[in-house]
Design a protein around this ligand. Structure first.
Ligand code: PLP
Length: 412
C-alpha cells in the first residue's frame, strides 16, 4: 500500500516534472489533449489486473462478469456517440492504439499482397496509410493543398487499390465522403475512414460523418475525443467476425480493461451538451488563431481551417518547421514540425502544425488565441532576425553558399 513516491521516488519525481511541464506551457500539438480526472481514475484502477482474452460472454478466463459489463457498456456508448444503429454497426473497443487498429483492419479485410491507397505524409496522411511500394499516395492540389478529387479518381483507376483510406493527421479541411465512396465503388475497393484527429468534432456533429459512406471507421480516443490512449474500430455488421478475429487472436492478446473502462467514461462525456460546446470552441479557437496570424501575413495550407488544426507554412520566412518547433519548445509552446505539400524532403519539413484541442480544454477562448498568435509571431520574428544577422554580420566567414561545389571549394 506504499505510495509511488515511497516505492519509486525517481519515477514519481519524473511524473511530477512532466505534470508541471504540461501545465505551465501552451500545448498546441494537434493530436494531444488533457483527459479528465475521472478518466485517469479508471485508467489507474484494479481493472489493469485482469486477463480477459476474448469478447463479452466468450472469454478464455474466468472471473469476467464485471469486465464483460464494462466492455459492453463501452461498445454501447461508442455507438451512441456517433448515432449508429446497432443493427447495422458494431464496434471493437480493444485495439491498443490507432496504428494497431488500422493494421487490424488491413489484416481483417485485405491480407498480404493487397493494395491500399491513402493521402501521402506531406499531404496530411498518416504513416499507417501507406508508406511502401505496394501503396499509392493520393495527391493534394499543389497550389492550395486541397484534395484533388479528380486526380484521386484517376490514381485509383490506374492503381486499382483494394482499399482506399480517407483520413489524415494534417489536413485542415473536411472530407467529401460521398466522393471517396463513389471512387472506391468504381474500382471495387473498401473505404476505410480514419477519423483519429476529428472524431470528437464528428461526434459533436460539427463535421461531416463518414459512417453512411464507409465500410470501416477507425479512430484513436485520445485526440479531439479527449479520452485515454486507445482506439475504436467501427465496422459494418458483415465484417464483424473478420475484424474481431484480427484484433484477437491474430494481432493482440488480452485487452487492456482499464483502458476500455476509461474510454467508456470519456464516451459518457462525449454524449453531453458540455462536450458539444467544447468541440464548438475547439473549432472557433482554431479559426481565431488562424485569423490572428493571417492578418499579420502568415500563410497556411488551404488558407485556413475548418477543424481543429492549422498547417503553418514557414517556407516564406526561409525557416524550417524543425527550427521553429525547437525554438517554440524553448519558450514553453509545444508544436510539431510537419511536411507540407510541395516539400522536397520529409526530413526537412517546411511546416508547423498547430492544434487547439488541448488549449481549449484548459478553458482558453478566442481572445487567448490572439495572445498566443502574438507569442508565435514574436518567436518567428526573432528566429528570422537572428538567422539573417548570422549571415550578415559574419559574412566574411559564412558566405551565402549556393551549392555543393561552392561548399567543397571553401572546405579546401
Ligand atoms: N491515424 C491517424 C490519422 C493519426 O493521426 C494517428 C496518430 O497520430 C494514428 C492513426 C495512430 O495513432 P496511435 O499513435 O495511437 O498509434
Amino acid at each position: 500500500n506504499a505510495s509511488l513516491a515511497e516505492v519509486d521516488p525517481e519515477i514519481a519525481d519524473l511524473i511530477q516534472k512532466e505534470k508541471h511541464r504540461q501545465f505551465k506551457g501552451i500545448e498546441l500539438i494537434a493530436s494531444e489533449n488533457f483527459t479528465s480526472k475521472a478518466v485517469m481514475e479508471a485508467l489507474g484502477s484494479c481493472l489493469t489486473n485482469k486477463y480477459s482474452e476474448g469478447y463479452p460472454g466468450k472469454r478464455y478466463y474466468g472471473g469476467n462478469e464485471y469486465i464483460d459489463m464494462v466492455e459492453s457498456l463501452c461498445q454501447k456508448r461508442a455507438l451512441e456517440a456517433f448515432g449508429l444503429n446497432p443493427e447495422e454497426w458494431g464496434v471493437n473497443v480493444q485495439a491498443l492504439s490507432g496504428s494497431p487498429a488500422n493494421f487490424c483492419v488491413y489484416t481483417a479485410l485485405l491480407g498480404p499482397g493487397k493494395k491500399i491507397m491513402g493521402l501521402s505524409l506531406a499531404h496530411g496522411g498518416h504513416l499507417t496509410h501507406g508508406h511502401q511500394s505496394e501503396t499509392k499516395k493520393v495527391s493534394a492540389s499543389k497550389e492550395t493543398g486541397l484534395i484533388d478529387y479528380e486526380a484521386l479518381e484517376k490514381a485509383a483507376e490506374e492503381f486499382q487499390p483494394n482499399m482506399i483510406i480517407c483520413g489524415a493527421s494534417g489536413y485542415p479541411r473536411d472530407f467529401d465522403y460521398v466522393r471517396f465512396r463513389a471512387i472506391a465503388d468504381k474500382v471495387g475497393a473498401y473505404l476505410l475512414s480514419d477519423i483519429a484527429h476529428t472524431s470528437g468534432l464528428i461526434a459533436s456533429k460539427l463535421l461531416a460523418s463518414p459512417f453512411d459512406h464507409s465500410d470501416v471507421v477507425t479512430t484513436t480516443t485520445h485526440k479531439s475525443l479527449r479520452g485515454p490512449r486507445a482506439a475504436l474500430i467501427f465496422y459494418r455488421k458483415k465484417y464483424e467476425e473478420a475484424i474481431n478475429f484480427a484484433v484477437f487472436p491474430q494481432l493482440q492478446g488480452g485487452p487492456h480493461n482499464n483502458n476500455i473502462a476509461a474510454i467508456a467514461v470519456q464516451l459518457k462525456e462525449v454524449n453531453s451538451e458540455a462536450f458539444r460546446d467544447y468541440s464548438r470552441q475547439v473549432i472557433a479557437n482554431a479559426r481565431a488563431l488562424g485569423l490572428a496570424l493571417s492578418e499579420q501575413g502568415e500563410k497556411f495550407i488551404t488558407g485556413g481551417t475548418d477543424n481543429h488544426l492549422l498547417m503553418w507554412d514557414m517556407r516564406p520566412h526561409d525557416l524550417t518547421g524543425a527550427k521553429v518547433d525547437k525554438l517554440l519548445d524553448k519558450v514553453h509552446i509545444t508544436t510539431n514540425k510537419n511536411s507540407l505539400v510541395g516539400d522536397k524532403s520529409a526530413l526537412n519539413p517546411g511546416g508547423v502544425r498547430l492544434g487547439t484541442p488541448a488549449v481549449t480544454t484548459r478553458g482558453m477562448k478566442e481572445s487567448e488565441m490572439v495572445v498566443i498568435a502574438g507569442f508565435l509571431l514574436r518567436s518567428v520574428a526573432i528566429a528570422k532576425r537572428i538567422q539573417g544577422q548570422v549571415g550578415k554580420q559574419l559574412k566574411d566567414f559564412l558566405p551565402a553558399l549556393e551549392n555543393d561545389e561552392e561548399i567543397d571549394q571553401l572546405a579546401k
